[in-house]
Write a protein that binds this ligand. Structure first.
Ligand SMILES: Nc1ncnc2c1ncn2[C@@H]1O[C@H](COP(=O)(O)OP(=O)(O)OP(=O)(O)O)[C@@H](O)[C@H]1O
Ligand SMILES: O=C([O-])CC(=O)C(=O)O
Ligand SMILES: [Ca+2]
Ligand SMILES: [Mn+2]
Length: 735
């Protein structure tokens, strides 16, 4: 392969010697030629245009690929007149390469090996470089609403739809939109108005109606990279090809700033009050914030629009539109939502749900209900979400998850904050757990098909991923422990808030200078064994993950259905706020359904659905502690990922179903006495604590926290079955 360059080298020297260069005859100098010296050679070579081009190409080849020259010489011995010199290997010690002088040279640099480019101008040359891409080209025989439209009509339809999305509710007409990057279109664009029912023929009522907003519609990752790097500070390409970005002042979600419109319908349907994530706002306040976001977006020269899907179950697919101001946001959603094919995009029509992300712009703190400059507002009636005052991209992803937690249960489909994978025999496992407990890490398993890492639906047909991508934590990421995630961090992947070497662009995954919540968002097909389409049969195992920093929950326990429900409703984890000064104690977090921040209905509604489905399909529940062993945080240490993987393997294989079990005190958990590949003494936490008294105290303390937390649920019936409710209440810690 490399040897094909050798004849070119030959010609370079023929060329240079033909022009009587002051270069050692038939040798490459020991250091690679600099760009400047290469340029020199072009000038000396310039007899006519074609020769310039030919020589330019060749000289570039030589000056830009010194390594390949070296490899050619190493691999090919003397062939082509190339001999390896001594000291090959280092930059200063490039091998000396012998080339033969061309016989019968006329003193003119000829290159007959490739035909000249058939253009007259540089602009023409550049126009050859880009060919029209599929999404904007009409497809033959396309069925659907837009099938008979010309490309121009279709673009107009799209712009009108987006103009309607971006319409101010008070000015009624949508903004004037034009497709494409403003930097590429200096000429005055043609006006596209909002659809007729929005358009009131009028004079220009304000300056804003005189300006154009450019729409960058479903750009590709490459185009978004260019936009980000050109216009967004803090955007860089890392050594593996990922796009490093900064999410600004907010590096995590802001649950206290999440607002949901409380109207006649949601009043009765949603979960409100103590423990609920749904902080109310009224319709009018929503419209004030919506107007603020829309005005902000329309004031920009350009906005990004993504039209994409949620849910791989084709019958329950939701069309979403995301309007945003940053290429970072557009690429993030490109990766995280399901990417439509060219044909699906043509027939996209009106979205079912729209996000207005004006995250760079704050909300107005004089606005009713606002308690900070950040507001993430959900209006289920209007099917819209507005983001002000936070650029953290996870708000969009999790905002849409909230919408699914509302829409899907209405269709008897259970929405789940879980990872999901499938074995070679079609056995599906769900991984529940709060942030940082291991959903992404453990569902990404080299021996199994990945269905998804974070958001799923369980319908009568089986499971389906809601998303088209994964969002992995990157802190302390290593190639050895998590090779699939490591390898997914390549071109197209968004890397949030990581620290990298200025020059080499190598990312230091240990560095928490920006935040501990560093993240990578990549399309699911970047994981080699992703299952596309991301759907699977009914789950066989339901694995509840808890990162117990108290170090008292066993590494694995087999749960009864009632225990599964008890722990699902509790939604326990105890992470340690490692970056907060002075915080040494683990803090217990209880988040119903392992995702209280995202659910919209009362937790018992989801729990009842889960119980019914698990019972119907014979799924087994498991509790896996991915947190501390050998003592609490400070004394013990985090469970080795390798052990957790062995435990998960034993669950998948069925080995643990037939193991010997014993019961723990307080929590009454069934724990296996042996798991292949895991030291038996760690299976019962008490064995790993040197201070047995401290162990007992900590165990009781955690039991008390569970009891306290569950108090709000004791008066709720789970499903129609009183018996199950009683069983669940009895399935908690007992002491
Ligand atoms: N024994 C273990 N099991 C699982 N993860 C572990 C273990 N030890 C350390 N870790 C680390 O804990 C983190 C788990 O994060 P992960 O991204 O899987 O969380 P998640 O549950 O997907 O959270 P989120 O919902 O926020 O995406 C990873 O950084 C992983 O390397
Ligand atoms: O949404 C986020 O920012 C991260 C996440 O997955 C979670 O918190 O569950
Ligand atoms: Ca995750
Ligand atoms: Mn999550």
């Amino acid at each position: 392969m490399y040897s094909t360059r050798i004849p070119q080298l030959d010609k370079i020297d023929a060329c240079t010697t033909g022009h009587h260069h002051e270069r050692p005859k038939s040798t490459l100098s020991s250091s690679p030629p600099s760009r400047i010296s290469s340029f020199h050679q072009i000038h000396l070579c310039s007899f006519d245009d074609r020769i310039i081009r030919a020589c330019f190409f060749l000289v570039i080849n030589r000056s830009f690929f010194p390594e390949e020259i070296e490899m050619a010489s190493n691999g090919n011995g003397n062939a082509g007149g190339v001999t390896p010199g001594k000291g090959s290997g280092g930059r200063n010690g490039l091998p000396k390469i012998q080339t033969q002088k061309r016989q019968g040279g006329s003193g003119v640099c000829h290159d007959d090996s490739s035909a000249p480019v058939n253009v007259q101008t540089i602009d023409e040359l550049h126009s050859l470089q880009r060919k029209k891409s599929a999404p904007t080209t009409p497809l033959d025989g396309v069925q659907g609403v837009f099938a008979n439209f010309t490309e121009e009509e279709r673009h107009k339809q799209q712009l009108q739809s987006i103009s309607a999305s971006l319409a101010s509710l008070t000015r009624e007409t949508g903004p004037k939109l034009v497709r494409g990057d403003p930097a590429r279109r200096p000429e005055t664009p043609r006006v596209v108005h909002a659809p007729d029912h929005y358009f009131t023929p009028s004079f220009a009522a304000s300056d804003s109606s005189l300006k154009f907003t450019h729409v960058l519609y479903n750009l590709s990752p490459a185009e978004l990279y260019e936009q980000a790097i050109k216009y967004e500070k803090g955007s860089f390409i890392t050594s593996s090809g990922a796009l490093a970005t900064l999410s600004g002042a907010k590096t995590g979600r802001a649950p206290k700033d999440k607002r949901v419109v409380r109207d006649d319908v949601t009043e009765d349907e949603l979960w409100w009050g103590k423990g609920s994530p749904n902080i109310e706002m009224d319709e009018n306040t929503f419209l004030v914030n919506r107007e603020r976001a829309v005005d902000y977006l329309n004031s920009l020269e350009k906005v990004f629009v993504n039209d994409q899907f949620l849910n791989w179950d084709p019958e329950n697919r939701i069309k979403v539109r995301i309007v945003s101001a940053r290429a970072y946001h557009s690429l993030f959603m490109h990766n995280m939502c399901i990417r439509p094919s060219a044909e699906e995009l043509e027939n996209f029509g009106t979205p079912d749900f729209t996000i207005y992300n004006a995250g760079q712009f704050p909300c107005n703190r004089y606005t009713h209900y606002m308690t900070s400059s950040t507001s993430i507002d959900l209006n289920l009636g209007r099917r819209e979400m507005v983001i002000l005052g936070t650029q953290y991209a996870g708000e969009m992803k999790k905002g849409l998850f909230g919408v699914m937690h509302y829409l899907m249960p209405k269709r008897q489909i259970l929405s789940l904050h879980s990872g999901c994978n499938m074995g070679k025999d079609g056995d599906v496992a769900l991984f529940f757990g709060l942030s940082g407990t291991g959903k992404t890490t453990l569902s990404t398993d080299h021996n199994r098909y990945l269905i998804g890492d974070d958001e799923h639906c369980w319908s009568d047909k089986g499971v389906s991923n809601i998303e088209g991508g994964c969002y992995a934590k990157c802190i302390d990421l290593s190639r050895e422990k998590e090779p699939d995630i490591w390898n997914a961090i390549k071109f197209g992947t968004v890397l949030e808030n990581v620290v990298f070497d200025e020059h080499t662009r190598e990312v230091d995954y240990l560095d928490k200078s920006v935040t501990e919540n560093t993240r990578a968002a990549y399309p699911i097909e970047y994981i080699p064994n992703a299952k596309i389409p991301c759907v699977g049969p009914h789950p066989k195992n339901v694995i509840l993950l808890a990162c117990d920093a108290f170090g008292v929950l066993p590494p694995v326990s087999k749960l009864s259905l009632a225990q599964t429900m008890y722990h699902f409703i509790s939604g326990y984890t105890a992470l340690v706020a490692g970056t907060e000064e002075g915080v040494k104690e683990p803090r217990a977090t209880f988040s119903a359904c392992f995702g209280a921040a995202f659910i919209m209905l009362h937790p018992t509604k989801y729990a009842a659905m889960l119980a019914t489905k698990m019972e119907k399909h014979g799924a087994t529940g498991w509790l896996v502690n991915t947190g501390w062993s050998g003592g609490s945080y400070g004394a013990g240490s985090r469970m080795k990922l390798a052990y957790t993987r062995k435990i998960i393997d034993a669950i998948h294989s069925g080995e643990l179903l037939t193991a010997n079990y014993k019961k723990t005190e307080v929590f009454g958990l069934e724990i296996p006495t042996e798991v292949e590949g895991v030291p038996s003494e760690i299976l019962d936490p008490v064995n790993t604590w040197s201070d047995k008294k401290a162990h007992k105290e900590t165990l009781l303390k955690l039991g008390g926290l569970f009891k306290n937390n569950f108090e709000v649920f004791v008066n709720h019936k789970i499903g129609k079955d009183d018996k199950l409710t009683q069983e669940i209440l009895a399935a908690g810690p007992n002491f």
